[in-house]
Every structure is written in structure tokens, then in C-alpha cells.
Ligand binder design. Structure first.
Ligand code: BG6
Length: 521
């Protein structure tokens, strides 16, 4: 939607952490794709900053390898690569050495004058969070941020590890950048279907009138991963699923689902509505946490190691690798509707999906063959499929008069479908165009921590039992199940194996489904 309309000024992107994992896997592929689609500014420079002793050639070779490995680079991209390459430079900087920033400023100024780029600078910190403050201070001291044009800071999560550390970090970076210049990344907000939630909700008269506690029974937001902690044991030990996923990605999806319609598409309108959701989110006291939150940790199963056996993980670690929670948004629209979130590592599927369960019709006359009626479900599928899946009831063809569920299924990235931009493409593009809608504003960060902090305390003080689950399962089965059962609900299956996918371009629009199994096993 906004992708086509932003005006991009000529600019220089200064990428700290240019040899790191995020740059290789996501940022260079995103920049190259934007370049191929002519979605970078009319003139631009990218200056990779890192500690390694790279020549310009070695750096360009490094980037090319990254594109081959992670960016789907093909032989026919060569010509484009050669042009892209001319925009790439490298600066060797030890991030803790103040003098190195003077040298960096010279490199930046030189590139700007060679390419006639006004002093519009985007500083991307793809580096360890401990360095965020000192790098910002060094940017100030070296006058890199004194520009005739604009300056912007793109900053990766985690933004602090609790409210007070986040406040401290915010104060430090605010000494250098204004709030409007800070683009805090939550890459989930760059995902096509997360942005689409807004359009699905507010551009359809079908949904919006029903989008409240009169018609919605509950909402289930799942983001499951099959991977374990990989080589990030050191970081993950401090974060756990709660800080790694719930504080940011899961709450962002909740905000998109629960917010009121924005008054316009102007800059702050969407974020203003999102933050109101967090203001209405019921905060649990440390003692209440156990009643609403499940924490789990994976144990060895088959070929998969248990979490405590992973590299850089304490063999008696109490870190959560799974979290499920029941949340309430205590406002007029949502009073009484539970929002369930669950996220974890080493689960059976890599899947991100939001299932909205509607209330059943009252006193109905129509039943399925088991003598009941399945509720309507709207499933917003974020990954791996991008689309929506809507389950309604209809007469079963034939003479027995019973009711059968029907699926309306739209999948935009299935075979031959739309090739949506990667989250990082969209976010980089938005930042260069000065649109901060899909970045996290400070008040969102602060309120998210206010919600998370008592939960972290309850975990730390062992007020919530740490329940183990076998690697490859859906988390602690009994506890996770009970969380919903207490309200008369159950988790709806997510992911490809449970719900048949009809490719919208090829298949009939409606399909009669078999009765769905109720629960994941
Ligand atoms: C990151 C977390 O923010 O999100 C990772 O730090 C997690 O632990 C990742 O794997 C998941 O993102 P996605 O886009 O693969 O769902």
C-alpha cells in the first residue's frame, strides 16, 4: 500500500555490523532486492561498518557470497550486481574507539561528495545491544549526526531487558536522536500479512461490525518455530521466549488485531491506536502470573537435544523456551474476550497464525453429524502461507440435512502467487521514505515492558512452574491445553498439515471440508 507512494531522498546507509549474521542473511539481500526493483533512492551509498580487516574488494565479495547464500542470487543478476556493487563501501571501525568514528565520518563525507548525495544519513545498528548507547554517543561526538539533511537511526531489538533498562537506553539514544528519527525494528511489523491485518479488518464491512466481544469468543495467536536456540544460547539464556518473542512480536500482532480503526493513514495514526491497546492490556501482578501464563522448556527427543544440552546454556537453566498466555484487553470492545498467545522453540511446525474464533449462533436448529456446530473461524496466516482462511457452516450436500464446515481460503503466496517483499525490504524502504508507521514507538516499548516485567519477576522467583515439553511437540501438553479449557476453548490447529490450502488462482473458491480435528496432539 505505502510501498509505491513514498518519496525517497538520496541518502547514505551506514550499516554497523555489516559482517554479522543479520546483515548477511537479511539486510544485504533486502537491499539488493530493493535495488533490483528500483526501490532504493535515486542516488545512494551503502557503507558497511565492522571490525574485520577487509579491503573494498573483500567486502564486496563477502556481500556477493551473502546474496548467493541467502538472497536467491542467480547468474542473471550479474549485471545488476555490478551496478549495485558500485554503491557499496566498507569502513573498518572498532566500535568502542572514538577516533575510528572520525575516520568513518571522512569516508561518509567522501562518498557523499563523490556521488553528490545530500547529507541524509540512515544509521543501522545491526550490532549487539550492549553497544547501542556507546555507538550513538560516538555518532554524536564525531559529529556524524550533524547533517544538513535528515538523520535516522534504525535499531534492532532487544530494546532493553526490562522497563528500567529500556528507559536508560532510550535516554541515551534520545540524547542523539529525536523520537521521530528513531526507527525501532520489530520485523514482524514488516511482514505482509501483519500489515494486511489492518486492511482485512478495516476495508471489509463483513468483519468490522463483528470485531468485538459480542461476536468474538477468543483470539489465538501462535508463532511456533522448529529450530532450537541454534548458536544463540548465550543471548537466549537471558531472554527466553518471553523477552525474545512475547514482549515484541506477539504483542505487536495483538495490537494489530485489537486496535481501533486509525483516523487516517498519516504518520502517527496507526501507532496511536496500537498503543491504546497496550494501555488497556490487563497487567498481572507477580502472584497472578501463574494463573494466566505457562512457561515451558524443551527436553531431548529423538535426534533433538534438550535445551539444557545446547551450547552456551547452563545445564540447570530455568530459561523458558515456550510461553503461552491468556491476555485481556480491558476496553469497551474487548471486555471479557481472552487473547491467547503461544510461542516456542522446537515445536512441530514453523508457523505464524492468528485464529479468531467467533461465538456460535444461539439456540441453533442446525447441527453437524455429531449433533453440534463448529464455530466460524477466521485464520490470518502469516507464515509460511500468507493469506486468510475463513471457516463457515453450510448444508452438507445430500439428503441428510446436516451441516458441514466450508472453507473460504485465500493464499497469496502459494504456487505462482504474489511474491511479497521480505519484511526487511519493506522496513528499510519505509525508513528511507521517512514512514515510521511499522516501527515501534517508545511508548509501545515502555508499556510492553510494563506488562512483561511482573511475568519475568514471577519466572525469576519461580512462582510459575517451568514445565518441560519434548522437543518437536506443541509445548507442555496438559498445561497449555488447560489454559484454554478453563474458558471452554481449545487451541485450533495451525499450519499447513491441518487446514487444507486451496490455491486461489487455480482452485474453486469454496471447498467442503472434512470435520476438523479439534486439538493438536
Ligand atoms: C527474532 C527472535 O526476533 O524472531 C528469534 O530473536 C526468532 O529467536 C525470530 O527465531 C523469528 O522470526 P521469524 O520471522 O522467523 O518468525
Amino acid at each position: 500500500m505505502r510501498l509505491q507512494t513514498l518519496k525517497l531522498d538520496p541518502a547514505t546507509i551506514i550499516l554497523f555490523g555489516a559482517t554479522g549474521d543479520l546483515s548477511r542473511r537479511k539486510l544485504f539481500p533486502a537491499l539488493f532486492n530493493l535495488f533490483k526493483r528500483e526501490m532504493l533512492p535515486p542516488s545512494f551509498a551503502i557503507i558497511g561498518v565492522a571490525r574485520r580487516d577487509f579491503s573494498q574488494e573483500t567486502f564486496r565479495e563477502f556481500v556477493l557470497q551473502a546474496l548467493k547464500e541467502f538472497g536467491g542470487y542467480q547468474a542473471h543478476d550479474e549485471q545488476q550486481w555490478n551496478s549495485f556493487c558500485a554503491h557499496l563501501n566498507y569502513a573498518q571501525v572498532n566500535l568502542t574507539e572514538a577516533e575510528h568514528y572520525e575516520k568513518l565520518r571522512e569516508v561518509v563525507e567522501q562518498r557523499e561528495s563523490e556521488k553528490d548525495i545530500p547529507q541524509n544519513r540512515a544509521f543501522y545498528l545491526a550490532i549487539a545491544p550492549e553497544l547501542f548507547s556507546s555507538v550513538s554517543a560516538n555518532l554524536k561526538n564525531s559529529r556524524l549526526v550533524e547533517t544538513d539533511g535528515w538523520k535516522r537511526l534504525l535499531i534492532e531489538k532487544p530494546f532493553g531487558h526490562d522497563r528500567s533498562s529500556a528507559e536508560k537506553l532510550n535516554r541515551e539514544i534520545r540524547a542523539v536522536f529525536e523520537e521521530e528519527e528513531i526507527y525501532r525494528i520489530d520485523h514482524y511489523l514488516g511482514k505482509e500479512m501483519v500489515q494486511n491485518i489492518e486492511v482485512i479488518r478495516f476495508a471489509n464491512s463483513l468483519f468490522e461490525p463483528l470485531w468485538n466481544n459480542k461476536y468474538i469468543a477468543n483470539v489465538q495467536i501462535t508463532s511456533s518455530e522448529t529450530v532450537g536456540v541454534e548458536d544463540r544460547g548465550g543471548y537466549y539464556e537471558q531472554a527466553g521466549a518471553l523477552r525474545d518473542m512475547a514482549q515484541n512480536h506477539m504483542l505487536q500482532m495483538l495490537m494489530m488485531i485489537a486496535m481501533e480503526p486509525p483516523s487516517s493513514l498519516q504518520k502517527e495514526a496507526t501507532r496511536d491506536e496500537k498503543v491504546k491497546v497496550l494501555r488497556s492490556l490487563r497487567t498481572y501482578s507477580v502472584d497472578e502470573v501463574k494463573d494466566h501464563i505457562i512457561r515451558g522448556q524443551y527436553t531431548r527427543f529423538g535426534e533433538y537435544k534438550g535445551y539444557r544440552e545446547e551450547e552456551d546454556v547452563d545445564p540447570s537453566s530455568m530459561t523458558d523456551t515456550f510461553v503461552a498466555a491468556r491476555l485481556f484487553v480491558d476496553n469497551f470492545r474487548w471486555a471479557g474476550v481472552p487473547f491467547y498467545i503461544r510461542t516456542g522453540k522446537r515445536m512441530p511446525l514453523k508457523s505464524t497464525e492468528i485464529v479468531v474464533e467467533f461465538k456460535n449462533v444461539p439456540e441453533n436448529l442446525y447441527f453437524n453429524q455429531h449433533g453440534n456446530l463448529e464455530p466460524n473461524l477466521l485464520s490470518i496466516r502469516i507464515f509460511p502461507y500468507e493469506g486468510i482462511y475463513f471457516k463457515i457452516n453450510a448444508k452438507k450436500p445430500g439428503t441428510d440435512g446436516s451441516v458441514s464446515p466450508i472453507a473460504v481460503d485465500f493464499c497469496q503466496n502459494c504456487e505462482g502467487g504474489v511474491n511479497s517483499p521480505e519484511a526487511y525490504e519493506r522496513l528499510l524502504h519505509d525508513c528511507l521514505g521517512g514512514d515510521s508507521t511499522y516501527f515501534t514507538r517508545w511508548d509501545e516499548v515502555a508499556l510492553a515492558w510494563d506488562f512483561i516485567d511482573p511475568i519475568s519477576t514471577a519466572f525469576k522467583e519461580d512462582k510459575v512452574e517451568l514445565v518441560s515439553y519434548s522437543a518437536g511437540s506443541w509445548g507442555p501438553p496438559k498445561e497449555s491445553h488447560q489454559l484454554l479449557e478453563q474458558n471452554g476453548f481449545h487451541w485450533w490447529p495451525v499450519g499447513e498439515q491441518e487446514l487444507p490450502t486451496i490455491h486461489f488462482a487455480k482452485a474453486p473458491f469454496f471447498q467442503v471440508l472434512q470435520d476438523q480435528p479439534n486439538l493438536e496432539s
